[in-house]
Write a protein that binds this ligand. Structure first.
Ligand code: ZN
Length: 409
């Protein structure tokens, strides 16, 4: 039987579990050592460490302490791994706990986290998604059900000291260009809520002061939030420290491309079954700076889409130059507007784009001055026909249910 090498207790604070950490630092001690070829199971908190509850109030999303995130399980050492190697990780399976068959999706308050469409959705909102085997639906978003493309939002190896310093230097420089911005331009180290696993004493305090936050994706992978890095994928991670130091967390039952709602996908606690191998000196052999991966042989089969186009002209009509971020935002806003014609609130439509297996594509980046991005909305996730026809939209959703909203602080 496969061994569970990291166990968690959902009734216990992640700060009390010394196989959990929430910062990146090269000196965090390995919690277990495994051999190349080994497979093992790791249990994970949801990314907030249990701050969000299965209820009908969004006040927990509004008041969430984001300096605590993300709670990661690890680091796991692989015998023989050295800087310059590639750590090959097969994601064999992922699941929710029997006792916790649900997940959450939310929008952060603009004043505490924000998000991709925070100017349009400035207040905290939360929807709960129940799991039924491989499918999910929400009591807050009627008329939609889909199969989960289950994946870890966050996975990667520990950085070296040099790489950590590079991260801190470049992110601080960006932050300093507008230090009063809300939300901030980058998340800097924050010692008071750092959890460094088994570290203690002065070494721990030094690591807490400089440990990188887990928020952005970086060269090592980290918080990439790639929906297709799902169970069945094979990932090749750069190794920067002896033993590699593989950590994982932020499990998602499902997510649309872009994780546009930011809090986040369908976030869950659960377990992940992995197998590790090494390619010695693989970084230079293959010219690899950032991770590469092969997708799963099993994905939900949604092959009919309504595809929304967006261009790099913003909501005020201002022209931007080949800005893919703005183009994707316009594609998302166009999809939200369309879905409201079927009876959804804007918040429900936004939640669908954040959670369902929606695809986002960079379609054109050369036709000056407009970038073109597209949002691919799978039509078969709806319990009614969402395609345009000559009769006009059918108001399939009656509007009596909406996503709970917490007033802004
Ligand atoms: Zn997440």
């Amino acid at each position: 039987m496969t061994e569970t090498i990291i166990k968690i207790d959902l009734s216990q604070s992640p700060y009390e579990n010394d196989k959990i950490h929430n910062r990146w630092h090269p000196d965090i001690p390995m919690v277990e050592m495994v051999e190349p070829g080994d497979d093992f199971i790791v249990e994970c908190y949801d990314w907030t460490g249990g701050q969000i509850k299965n209820d009908d109030s969004a006040e927990d999303v509004r008041d969430v302490d984001l300096s605590q995130v993300h709670f990661l399980s690890g680091p796991i050492g692989v015998k023989g791994a050295e800087p310059g190697d590639l750590l090959v990780v097969d994601i064999l399976d992922i699941g929710a706990f029997d006792s916790s068959q649900w997940g959450f999706n939310g929008f952060f308050s603009k004043n505490n986290g924000g998000g991709f469409l925070t100017e349009h959705f400035p207040e905290a909102q939360k929807s709960i998604w129940d799991f039924n085997g491989m499918f999910t639906k929400s009591r807050h978003v009627p008329g939609v059900e889909f199969a989960g493309l289950i994946h870890p939002g966050l996975i990667g190896c520990l950085p070296s000291k040099e790489l950590l310093n590079e991260w801190n230097t470049r992110e601080k420089a960006l932050y300093d260009t507008d230090p009063n911005r809300v939300p901030e331009l980058a998340t800097l180290p924050q010692a008071d809520t750092a959890h460094l696993g088994r570290m203690n004493g002065e070494a721990r305090n030094m690591a807490a002061a400089e440990g990188a936050r887990t928020v952005p994706p970086r060269e090592h992978g980290g918080n990439c939030d790639i929906k297709d890095l799902s169970r069945g994928s094979k990932v090749y991670f750069p190794v920067y420290v002896n033993g590699g130091g593989l950590s994982v967390g932020d499990l998602h039952f499902s997510q649309g491309d872009g994780e546009i709602t930011f809090c986040g996908a369908i976030e869950m606690a659960g377990w992940i079954h992995m197998r590790v191998n090494l390619i010695k000196d693989g970084m230079s052999k293959y010219g690899i700076k950032n991770p590469i991966f092969k997708p799963s042989p099993i994905t939900p089969k949604y092959d009919d889409y309504l595809i929304f186009e967006g261009i790099s002209v913003d909501e005020a009509g201002e022209q931007h130059y080949l800005d893919v971020h703005i183009a994707y935002r316009q594609a998302c806003l166009n999809a939200i507007e369309y879905l409201t014609k079927f009876g959804y609130s804007k918040a429900q439509a936004y939640a669908i784009l954040g959670t369902a297996p929606v695809q986002g594509h960079i379609s054109g980046v050369v036709d000056i001055p407009n970038a073109c991005a597209t949002l691919w909305l799978p039509t078969d996730i709806f319990e009614f026909d969402v395609q345009p026809n000559t009769n006009g939209p059918n108001k399939a959703v009656d509007g009596s249910i909406d996503i709970p909203l917490a007033p802004d602080l």
